[in-house]
Each structure stands twice: as structure tokens, then as C-alpha cells.
Design a protein around this ligand. Sequence first.
Ligand SMILES: [Zn+2]
Ligand SMILES: [Zn+2]
Length: 352
Amino acid sequence: MNKTKAYSASSATSPLALDAIQRRDPTERDVQIEILYCGICHSDLHTVRNEWNSVMPTTYPCVPGHEIVGRVTKVGHDVTGFKPGDLVGVGCLVDSDPSCPHCQANVEQFCPDATFTYNSPDKHLGGVTYGGYSESIVVDEKFVLRVPTNLELAGVAPLLCAGITTYSPMRRWGAIKGKKVGVVGLGGLGHMGVKFARAFGAHVVVFTTSPGKKEDALRLGAHEVIISTNAEEMQKHAGSFDYILDTIAADHDINAYIHMLGLDGNITLVGAPEKPLAVSAFALLFGRKSLSGSLIGGIEETQEMLDFCGEHHITADVEVIPIQKINEAYERLVKSDVKYRFSIDMASLKAE
Ligand SMILES: [Zn+2]
Ligand SMILES: [Zn+2]
């Protein structure tokens, strides 16, 4: 076993603080990774504060982080895809039962026996898994991703969750050239959605409540921006969208966006508002529209997304912070005060 420095929370109300955790010695199939950057996802904050208690209660101490980029330091004897020195990524999953139908179909995220990167039962050491707010991690080769070498690493980290979360549904529902695609909300997820939709060749329209975000939305790749509180502007675009990606994690009027869809249009939820959304059946019926959900992506698709980002020079817009600023970053995250993702420079943890 290897002792490694990490930042953990000891209860739902305690701040994250320096801790020491154990990582397993790499087995034949494992890759040991020195973590260079870890993005801060909203899920980290929800888990640390036990806000998803009813669905996934948090076990403490909790070490979050599932947007991991690092360098391979050691590989097990049977590892064929990686060698020391390789740049790699780890997202939300670190293990699964490969015999289940979902894993057979390359959607490991739906495996009933999936092991998530943190706060998930640890099959090797007992207790729960510990995530990327740490110096190193040991992961089964199957769940390690190759990172293109031409991208800036701090901005690659968020691709492992925010990136695949937006890439996967837009690929699935055909956000391609000739389609009018809406992105609701311009945060960590939304700004990635805009970059991907633009790179796929779609006509991209951002819905935001903040007129101040208009310029930035255009800079990120949007062709048009609609201020969703402006009824007149909304009405002008009613019934004209092929697809909408809804990234809002707070309560909002979903019917207003269903109204924007044309015949057979689809709107996908990737955010998770705490309370159920009120959906008007009539809004769906007229126009044969559908409402769908999506959850990250499988390993194969995550690799495809990273390769696509390498080819198209896509990374997340990040604010790099030392890990010592983590609690302050959480406070700012609650207020959406970041453009558009925090990325922790792990050299700061080494130095501590
Ligand atoms: Zn996440
Ligand atoms: Zn499975």
C-alpha cells in the first residue's frame, strides 16, 4: 500500500482539509497515476455536503474529484495500453462488472455493479473509493483514458466529466450540420455543450438568463444568444429547434424550452434539479416531442470524445487554483462565480 496526500472532508459540515489516504499497490491490470490536475465538478460539492443523501449517502472521510489528468508512474505486468510517462485521464468510473449487458454494450456508466471514482464501495481495500483531490490514484487499465498530447492539461481535466456529459447526448441525438441546437445555461456543462455543438457543425443557440453572458457565449462558439426571460425573444424562436441540451441543475420551467422544439424535437436533461420538474404533457404531445436524460458516457465514447478534442483543439475554460483554495472555490461554485470550471493544480498538494 502507498500512503498519498489528499484533501478530504470528515463530515457534511466540515471544510476539506489535508489528509493522508492509502492507495493499493498496482495489481497486474492496474495503472498507477501521478495526478497533475483535477477539475471541480458540482457533484463533488453535493457529495462532500451529503446533499444527495437520499440517493447516494456520503461515507466519510470523503475525497472527491472525478476529472483527473495525470502521468503514468507504474503499470502492472499485464497492462498493454499504457507505460510510465504516458498522459492519461480518469473520469467518473474506475471499475464495473464486464459481463453485464450494459458493459457489453459499452455503456459501463449504467452497469449495476459500477464502481464510481469516489464514494463507491472499494473492491480492493474495502471502505469507499477516493477521488482525484490527491497526489496519486491506482486504476484498472480498462478505465484509464489516453489524453491527447497537444492540449493544455488544466483544461483537459473537466473533459472527463463535463465534457463527456455534454458530448454523449449531442452525439446520440444528432447535433450535426443543418440542425438548430440549443444549449440552456452557460456554466461548466453548458460552455462545453456550446463548444461541441459548434465543432459538430450545428447552428448553436444559447439560452441564458444573464444578458452579461451574451458576449462570452458568442466567443465560445454560439451563433445566437436568447435571453430566456425576454418573452418576445423566446416567442420568435418557438418551434424552431431540432435539439436542446438542458444543463440547468436548479428548478426551472422546462415547458418554456419544450415549446422551442420543432416536430420530433428532443430535449435532454443533463443537470439534476433537486425537485421534480413539472412537465406539460400537451407541450410534448403537440409536435411529438421527447424529453430525455443522459449520464456521462461509456469508456469507449469518453476516449472518442478526448480524441475529438485533440483533433479540434477543444478544452474547458478553466480557472486554475491551488488546492489550498478549495473551500473558497466551493463557495464561489455555489454562486456560479467561475468561468467556467475550476481546475486544481496538484503541484500545490505536493508542496504542502
Ligand atoms: Zn462530475
Ligand atoms: Zn457491467
